[in-house]
Design a protein around this ligand. Structure first.
Ligand code: CP
Length: 312
């Protein structure tokens, strides 16, 4: 495997070159096989320590980073805001500096504030992986999504990919737009006007407010979760109305290309953005995304803890 990844941190898709994305995806293939073995452990990162520092809830990202570290034989520590000294008023920088004093090899940070990992990377020397920062970026999600797409359709170059729902509050949408446009895909973002950020066309995407109109042209559709925890009120009339206009149900799937790929980063609001029979149907690759997420995170830990790095 040719290594072309020379970053100290993984803060976003924004700073990655196409060949670096390719290195990460190639490494993911190498690591995917390990999780299918009976003994799912290799000694690659023995003696390394990985800290999962999560200030927001997570199932997929936190668990897959922890399992990824364990399968590479690294030691892991999980810290969530609610059980840390943050609840006593400690700042993010103080928390991180105290963790740094214990000499971990990598900190994986999820935080509700956009830019928190970038800020921290200027205050500590430990490499940082962004596991989601506010509505800004979720780079490992976009990389596992890209890997899953390529696994099913080959190159995404020239493919039309719809990202549907709450684009405005979605770090997943932002990182995916950055990754997919870098790789030559055509991206259509679709949702109610109140959930599409002004000026997003500058990211080289097409904007649509009409899901039914774009359905037949899509090769891949990524449904986003309605993020009730990040929204101001009144951005759409009711969840029922939202679901009627932008939910993916059987009728809509029947109007898509027969080999449409249906994706969702999770967690799903069943019956709102995705009907259960579509989420669990034959065109859904949602659980493939989760499996690939573990392998992708093994690749990231390997490249940041085990490989060489030159800059940030
Ligand atoms: N997709 C995703 O980030 O899921 P979690 O919030 O469960 O980590």
């Amino acid at each position: 495997m040719e290594i072309s990844f020379f970053h100290k941190n993984l803060l976003g898709i924004e700073g990655l070159r196409v060949e670096e994305i390719r290195t990460l995806l190639d490494a993911t293939t190498a690591f995917k096989e390990i999780s299918r073995r009976e003994i799912k452990k290799v000694p690659t990162l023995r003696g390394k320590t990985v800290v999962n520092l999560f200030f927001e809830p997570s199932t997929r990202t936190r668990t897959s980073f922890e399992l990824a570290a364990k399968r590479l034989s690294a030691d892991t520590v999980n810290i969530s805001a609610s059980t840390s000294s943050v609840v006593k008023g400690e700042t993010l920088v103080d928390t991180a500096r105290n963790l740094q004093a214990m000499h971990p090899d990598l900190i994986i940070l999820r935080h509700g504030a956009a830019g928190a990992p970038h800020f921290l990377s200027r205050h500590i020397d430990v490499p940082i992986v962004n596991a989601g920062d506010g509505a800004h970026e979720h780079p490992t999600q976009a990389l596992l999504d890209l890997y899953t797409m390529e696994e099913h359709v080959g190159s995404v170059k020239g493919k039309t990919i719809g990202i549907v729902g709450d684009i405005k509050h979605s770090r997943v949408a932002r990182s995916n737009v950055l990754a997919l446009t870098k790789m030559g895909a055509r991206v259509v973002v679709c949702g109610p006007p109140t959930l599409i950020p002004a000026g997003i066309e500058a990211m080289d995407v097409t904007v649509s407010y009409d899901f039914d109109e774009i359905l037949p042209e899509l090769d891949i559709v990524m449904m986003l979760r309605i993020q009730l925890e990040r929204q101001e009120r009144g951005l759409f009339p009711t969840l029922l109305e939202y679901s009627r206009l932008y939910g993916l149900n059987k009728n809509r799937v029947n109007r898509c290309k027969p080999n449409i790929l249906i994706m969702h980063p999770g967690p799903i609001n069943r019956g709102i953005e995705l009907d259960p029979d579509v989420a669990d149907g034959s065109r859904s690759v949602i659980l493939d995304q989760v499996e690939n997420g573990l392998a992708l995170r093994m690749a990231i830990l390997y490249l940041l803890c085990g490989g060489k790095h030159h800059d940030t």
